[in-house]
Design a protein around this ligand. Structure first.
Ligand code: 5GP
Length: 190
């Protein structure tokens, strides 16, 4: 599908994952999850704000076509500041609204980089007595894994570079891009 140029296109050095590829992969991941959870009454999708919000919205709609009914929950944790490297420090900014005991929880993640945030989150969800906890991540940076985290469903393995778009920001911008890309170096000098 041809896309009209957006304001952000001038700032992008190159595209890492196109909007079409995201669409196709999201459907593929939803089909896999639906098959694996075919016996479940329902699943509870946990989105980690803000980066995973686009993927959550698209993944939940795709899962709705193939899988069991889903409940949607949102959490916000901080691990990155305004910069581009992981601090490893996780703080809950917004907790779950409801009890997750006995639920089949699927964490919907934008990107797994060091895996520090996710590894902390999985322990936290397990401590809240979820029946099961799985992870679906749109993107993964394989070289950067410092902590071994079980990510069952992965969309794309990407290089160890700072990416923006489709929910991912640089200083709160570029989340509204429909694709994932790398910024031109001069953007960081502004
Ligand atoms: P981790 O704890 O795995 O190092 O990082 C987790 C979070 O850091 C991700 O959920 C995401 O919000 C942010 N992050 C990691 N890599 C990138 C990146 O390349 N670009 C952006 N914008 N955020 C990232």
């Amino acid at each position: 599908m041809a896309e009209l140029p957006g304001w952000y296109d001038n700032d992008i050095d190159r595209v890492i994952v196109s909007a079409d590829d995201i669409r196709a992969k999201t459907e593929e991941l939803a089909k896999q999850v639906a098959a694996d959870y075919a016996q479940a009454d329902s699943v509870l999708l946990v989105c980690v704000l803000k980066g995973a919000v686009m993927f959550m919205a698209d993944f939940a709609r795709a899962l709705g076509r193939f899988g069991p009914p889903a409940e949607l929950e949102f959490m916000a944790v901080s691990s990155y500041g305004q910069g581009t490297t992981s601090s490893g420090v996780v703080r809950i900014l917004k907790d779950l609204d409801r009890d997750i005991a006995g639920k089949h929880v699927i964490v919907v993640e934008d990107i797994v980089d060091s895996g520090l945030t996710l590894s902390w989150l999985l322990k936290y969800l397990q401590s809240r007595s979820a029946a099961s906890v799985d992870v679906v991540a749109l993107l993964r940076k394989p070289e950067a894994v410092k902590v071994t985290v079980p990510v069952k469903y992965v969309g794309f393995d990407i290089p160890s570079e700072f990416v923006v778009g489709y929910g991912l920001d640089y200083a709160e911008r570029y989340r509204d891009m429909p694709y994932v890309g790398v910024l031109k170096p001069e953007v960081y000098q502004r």
